[in-house]
Design a protein around this ligand. Structure first.
Ligand SMILES: Cc1ncc(COP(=O)(O)O)c(C=O)c1O
Length: 410
């Protein structure tokens, strides 16, 4: 035992987390990401990654990254504004902007290393553009949006309102009591996930845009889980809903359906220019390796091509099949039309137990517990990938039915 009192205090806190079934545990994956993972030397069928199109180990993308490495080397060497902004980043940004061109007039894209950083960048920069900001944020927004709002609030005058999940009536009543149209120094900003990461449901982006127009606000949509998946071409939630406005700031990530890592913001070119000027999480960090951006161009080409369309069709087939055939009594299947199909278990203990039982049957779905989700809503966040087969989904359904029947008989 250490005599360092700070370390002892931390150890006590970790023990406390453990006793409340809230301790998080890292699992090491011994090999590439795929639907079959190797963990502890054993193959296990995974239903928990965000690799929705099954691109994370795609041979064409791998070979593009190898070519990119030969051409651009390994590291970018500096932040974007010093000497890290490579031609590979520029080409990627052009392609990303072209995907949203029908939805955002004068669209320009900005590539960042992660979605977490992109959300911090967007929100802090936007809040720095006006003397006052009023933010309206959905209660189930992703942690990176929440942290962006917190950070922005620490830097400038930001008033925040959390509205009940997808409740546009409540949002409108908040917006209508804060008329900003006459105050040129106040920015109104509505912030939402496109597809909610832990529930899989989609925000009513049409309704949100209508409110943004009516009450003179900007609308930030985090489409981390929609980009590549939604819309006929896979361009995401704006394509899916056929909406267009220069009030929209679109954030997408590239570590999920695009299969690699990174993120981007697409907005009117003056907004992206402002983010370059002001966003500290963009300015003060090393640019991601150009070879990854080079590989991402191949990912985007796949998303845009017949191959991507076929993957989306198969993925939707898996989702429909699962929804049609899963019949649970003890736990609640959340209604969602996206690859995120959560099953709400309730207690942390039971969620952990099911994860263990699934593991015995060769299935890997970690339990998601508070604070990632609200208290008493611990869940299995099941996700599908175009790389799954119908047989694998059927095996998952059978296994869940079997575990439920066993627990019901105790
Ligand atoms: C809705 C949402 N936004 C942002 C992020 C962060 O993206 P990244 O993993 O690229 O940091 C995630 C998940 O990781 C997410 O689920």
């Amino acid at each position: 035992m250490t005599s360092n009192r700070f370390i002892r205090a931390i150890e006590n806190q970790i023990t406390d987390l453990d006793s409340k079934t809230l301790k998080r545990v890292l699992k090491t994956i011994q090999g590439p990401n795929d639907v079959i993972l190797k963990i502890d030397g054993k193959d296990i069928l995974s239903f928990c990654s965000n690799d929705y199109l099954g691109l994370s180990n795609h041979p064409d993308i791998k070979s593009a990254i190898k070519t990119g490495l030969d051409h651009f080397g390994i590291g970018s060497g500096a932040s974007h504004l010093i000497s890290g902004h490579s031609q590979a980043h520029v080409d990627l940004e052009k392609k990303l902007a072209s995907f949203q061109a029908a939805s955002i007039p004068q669209a320009k894209a900005l590539f960042l290393s992660t979605g977490y950083m992109a959300n911090l960048a967007c929100i802090t920069a936007l809040c720095a553009s006006h003397e006052n900001t009023i933010i309206y944020s959905d209660e189930l927004n992703h942690a990176s949006l929440i942290d962006g709002i917190r950070l922005a609030g620490a830097q400038s005058h930001v008033e925040k309102h959390i509205y009940p999940h997808d409740d546009l009536v409540q949002l409108e009543s908040l917006l209508s009591t804060k008329p900003v149209a006459n105050n040129q120094n106040t920015l109104s900003l509505i912030v939402t996930d496109g597809v909610f990461s832990m529930d899989g449901d989609m925000a009513d982006v049409k309704g949100l845009l209508h409110l943004a127009q009516k009450y003179d606000a900007l609308l930030l949509i985090d489409d981390a889980h929609g980009f590549g998946v939604l819309g006929t071409k896979g361009y995401g939630i704006l394509e899916e809903n056929d909406i267009s406005s220069d009030r929209i700031i679109y954030m997408g990530t590239l570590g999920k359906a695009a299969g690699i890592s990174g993120a981007f913001i697409v907005a009117h070119e003056s907004i992206t220019e402002w983010i370059i000027q002001k966003a500290r999480s963009y300015i003060y960090t090393t640019a991601a390796p150009p070879a990854l951006s080079y590989g991402l161009l191949t990912s985007l080409n796949i998303i845009d091509a017949q191959d991507g369309a076929k993957r989306r069709v198969h993925l939707n087939h898996l989702i429909t099949y699962f929804k049609k055939n899963i019949t649970l009594k003890r736990w609640k299947v959340v209604s969602s039309n996206t690859p995120i199909q959560p099953i709400i278990i309730g207690s942390n203990e039971e969620a952990l137990k099911i994860t263990e039982e699934l593991k015995k049957l060769g299935l890997y779905i970690p339990a998601i517990r508070p604070p990632t989700v609200p208290v008493n809503t611990a869940r299995l966040r099941i996700t599908f990938s175009a790389a799954h087969s119908i047989e694998q989904v059927q095996y998952l359904i059978n296994s869940l039915h079997q575990i439920e029947a066993e627990l019901e008989s105790i």
